[in-house]
Design a protein around this ligand. Structure first.
Ligand SMILES: [Zn+2]
Length: 309
């Protein structure tokens, strides 16, 4: 949807901009050369009607349309006041118009578009873990998103965890959105991300049960540590096949998925909930592994969840 909501997106017949449920096309506005979202967007969101009237000679009879447009754009949470994202393609085109050396310019453009810097995120984790990550550890944490299984929701959860996107009591209180930074469950410790996902005393039983159960299914080195359970790092075992490592990583992500269902709740997640979530995933994984002709692997690692397979 973001392709419909950047500065270069057309206002007209745009499926993301609806007035009374439908995309619109207003001839008077087009005649006045108002075409792109960027034309009506300023540092504080939608420009005032007076500004549009001054810049584009928009007739005052269009005021109702203006209110409708303003209302429609304000519904889009992807549009935040301030600078709008430009479309990378249009930006590229603009830098290339009528110029020579096109290929080198494309390269220069692409090199500038590096992935966002994650040093701050890494630092924040290092503070909470009270240790300095080696490059390998941090790399492994970053790719743990991809090892979270085939389920897109699980991948998203791992991504949000590693990138620290969750709102914790600590984060909310430092943003002055909450009076206290105490954990929602135990109400005694500071609710940092590591605490909310792992260190909380109210989670100990949950994690112990899961890790013990996983240890009984596959010959894995102990995973009952926060690096493995939270960041998906260091999950290994002597001669442990890839498929089983993948299974353990997925199981740990599902454990966090169940925790996230209880976000902001006093009640702790339970082993039973995790077990049910695993059984649901098993059905999905069975199809995938069958297609890949690895049903024996499926039976080996998942049989603990599906009696009778
Ligand atoms: Zn707690």
């Amino acid at each position: 949807q973001s392709t419909h909501l950047n500065a270069d997106s057309l206002l007209w017949e745009n499926p993301a901009i609806l007035v009374q449920g439908k995309p619109v096309l207003w001839a008077t506005w087009v005649a006045g050369d108002i075409c792109r979202i960027g034309d009506v967007w300023g540092p504080e969101g939608v420009l005032s009607f007076t500004t549009l009237w001054e810049n584009f000679d928009l007739p005052s009879a269009e005021f109702l349309h203006y209110l409708q447009m303003k209302h429609s754009l304000s519904q889009r949470r992807a549009l935040t006041p301030g600078m709008l994202q430009t479309s990378p393609i249009n930006e590229l085109q603009r830098t290339l118009v009528g110029k020579r050396g096109v290929v080198s310019k494309i390269y220069a453009f692409l090199l500038k578009k590096r992935s966002p810097c994650r040093e701050g995120t890494r630092k924040a984790w290092e503070v909470e873990f009270e240790l300095t990550f080696t490059e390998d550890v941090w790399e492994e944490a970053l790719v743990s998103t991809l090892a979270a299984g085939t389920n897109i929701k699980s991948r998203l959860i791992q991504f949000k965890i590693v990138n620290r996107i969750y709102w914790t009591p600590a984060k909310l209180s430092s943003a002055k959105l909450l009076d206290t930074d105490r954990c929602w469950r135990c109400d005694t410790e500071r609710g940092s991300l590591l605490h909310m996902l792992w260190a909380c005393s109210k989670l100990q039983h949950y994690w112990t049960q899961i890790c013990t159960f996983l240890g009984s299914l596959v010959e894995i080195d102990a995973v009952d540590n926060p690096l493995a359970c939270v960041l998906g790092v260091g999950i290994k075992g002597a001669k442990l096949p890839k498929g089983e490592i993948r299974f353990v990583k997925m199981a740990l992500v599902i454990a966090k998925r169940v925790i996230s269902r209880h976000w902001q709740h006093v009640l702790s997640p339970t082993f039973q909930e995790w077990f049910l979530a695993m059984a649901e995933t098993a059905t999905h994984e069975r199809v995938i592994l069958k297609v890949r002709n690895k049903l024996d692997l499926f039976n080996k690692v998942w049989s603990g969840f599906l009696p009778g397979t």
